[in-house]
Design a protein around this ligand. Sequence first.
Ligand SMILES: C[S@@+](CC[C@H](N)C(=O)[O-])C[C@H]1O[C@@H](n2cnc3c(N)ncnc32)[C@H](O)[C@@H]1O
Length: 160
Amino acid sequence: MRIGLFAVGRLKAGPEKDLAVRYLDRFAKTGPAVGLELARVAEMVESRAANAETRKREEAVQLEKALVDGSLLVLLDERGKALDSEAFANLLATFRDSGKRDLMIAIGGADGLDPALHARADAVLCLGKMTWPHQLVRILIAEQLYRAVTILSGHPYHRA
Ligand SMILES: C[S@@+](CC[C@H](N)C(=O)[O-])C[C@H]1O[C@@H](n2cnc3c(N)ncnc32)[C@H](O)[C@@H]1O
């Protein structure tokens, strides 16, 4: 299954980007052995509209355009469901075995993600109850994707 990571907002060159890239590279190298492939990392432009609802809608339009037809959609949101790393790995394996070819993971901007995306999401996950800046969320999900493929492949990186 091909996994795309889509984020509203730019990750500028610097230590946050370096760390996110490091984990995504590890994921890209380790994932194919367990049928998970990094297909794409894409950044959406943050909307400058006057109100939050319009900003979220405009950002969602960009995300919707980038969605591959028939793709599974996972949103990251602090109000979402908390999974431990093994459960996240198992969820990815279930999606992989579902017959769908693509999975899109979306990170919102300063206002979060549009309700229309929530309505069509296959899962809404949190990385803890606290709110993180999108830059840190990029690093956290990149590391958890890498950790998930090490769990699925029995690699000793993850020690329960
Ligand atoms: C600065 S947060 C936006 C918070 C926004 N006020 C809201 O209500 O969603 C930017 C993005 O980072 C992600 N994010 C932040 N904290 C998170 C968490 N604890 N779990 C999962 N995703 C998180 C979400 O995708 C969120 O849209």
